[in-house]
Design a protein around this ligand. Structure first.
Ligand code: BT5
Length: 324
């Protein structure tokens, strides 16, 4: 069946912008016209725009920007990350499925990605708004042989990788706001959620959730996000290919993951600090029970933020929301 699909796609592409009759398509794909009709329907469901006219046949107009397994695999330059892709049209949360797959011994590099999340989540069970067709909602499974204290570093590795992917694909400059936000012009473009399955000694699975706003228009955001969120398309002024972006994000995560395992955290820390907006600024860190103000000195090798208050006392901040 996939032979027919391939033949059909190559005929339609060869006759780009022209109509081709069903009969000719059937001849070129060596199948019946009924089979052609069935495959056309299937291609349409997969996002191809195919016009049909009586007596003239079919014409391939274009293809929408999708993030199915095939879209991501074609052009993916990684060795391991994203080589096993689990795609959903819609689901509750890619994190939840990735956690399940991790327990079912899915291989390192498994990627769960969805067009839409019904209950995407952020930190501390906040909601992550994930409408269909406009963003990248995905979770990546890694299995680093490391103690659990190292897990927060992976949020920083991922941040640096995404900053570079966005710069490369869109030519846009992104800033990092500790611990897990990426901003353009002060508005949130991406949120990262790193979770783990571990005991006190070692990590079994690390699940890196990434939510990237890509092709939303201003009106696509709910009221409460208007001031705080933006999309790559809004910043760039034109649509961005989500599949391409996924490919480059995976490529750079793989690169930095290797660098980290070989050389440790230092090189990544330096890069991270060069992209971070909060370092050197006077900020307020709100934790669950507390609020501390001071100057952000930098991060430790563990990815912990160091904040110096007005009395010169340096506070390690493990998790918080930052304001300045
Ligand atoms: C985060 O949490 O920023 C982590 C978001 C991770 C989402 C990904 S999507 C794939 C995977 N599957 C999941 O279920 N989750 C991960 P946090 O720092 O707690 O920020 C959450 C806050 O960001 C919310 O309270 C809103 O204010 C805001 N927000 C919600 N949706 C947003 C969006 N689409 N764009 C920008 N900001 C948003």
């Amino acid at each position: 069946a996939s032979k027919i699909r391939e033949a059909l796609l190559s005929s339609l592409t060869a006759h780009k912008d022209e109509f081709v009759s069903g009969q000719e398509l059937a001849y070129e794909a060596s199948c019946t016209r009924t089979a052609i009709w069935k495959h056309i329907e299937e291609l349409r469901r997969d996002g191809f725009t195919i016009e049909s006219r009586r007596k003239k046949g079919y014409r391939l107009v274009g293809r929408s920007d999708l993030v199915t397994e095939n879209d991501i695999l074609l052009g993916l330059e990684t060795e391991q990350l994203g080589r096993n892709i689990v795609f959903y049209q819609t689901l509750d949360s890619t994190q939840k499925i990735a956690h399940q797959l991790a327990q079912e011994s899915a291989p390192e590099g498994t990627l769960v990605i969805a067009e839409e999340q019904k209950t995407g989540r952020g930190r501390m069970s906040r909601q992550w708004y994930s409408p269909p067709g406009t963003g990248i909602w995905m979770s990546l499974l890694l299995r680093p042989e490391l103690p659990p204290q190292k897990a927060p570093q992976f949020t920083l590795i991922t941040s640096v990788a995404i900053v570079q992917a966005i710069e490369e694909v869109c030519g846009l400059q992104v800033q990092i706001k500790w611990p897990n936000d990426l901003l353009i012009d002060g508005k949130k473009i991406t949120g990262i959620l790193t979770e783990l399955q571990a005991d006190s000694e070692r990590i079994y699975s690390l699940i890196i959730g990434m939510g990237m706003n890509v092709n939303q228009k201003q009106a696509d955001f709910p009221e409460e996000l208007h001031e705080i969120a933006t999309s790559l398309a809004l910043a760039k002024g034109e649509p961005v290919s989500r599949a391409k972006l996924v490919q480059r994000v995976l490529f750079h995560i793989e690169r930095y993951y290797k660098m980290y395992m070989d050389k440790g955290f230092e090189p990544i820390k330096l890069l991270w600090e060069s992209y971070a907006v909060t370092i050197g600024k006077h900020i307020t860190a709100r934790t669950l029970h507390d609020s501390i103000s001071g100057v952000a000195l930098g991060i430790t090798d563990e990815g912990v933020l160091l904040l110096e208050d007005k009395d010169g006392v340096v506070h390690p901040i493990y998790s918080a929301d930052i304001e300045w």
